[in-house]
Unconditional design. Sequence first.
Length: 86
Amino acid sequence: MDGVQLLPYTGYFWRVRLWDENEKSLRSPAASCEMGQLDVSNWKGAWISDHHDQEVKPAPYFRKAFSLSNKKNKIGKSLRCSCGTI
């Protein structure tokens, strides 16, 4: 494949422009996507568990309080799953 290699955890934006035989053109609105892990070596997370079988009901709640004051980040992301469901 030609082009720049896409990087893990990186957002990309694009637009499409079409021309007809009279050189009139239309441009799409911007679209975006974000690349995922791409390779197991990119994994930075840590699994947490209550150490019970997944069939034990109800599932436990895990909570952590944190403050975003005095932080330079403007965008945050939380990825979660439970028994394989994201």
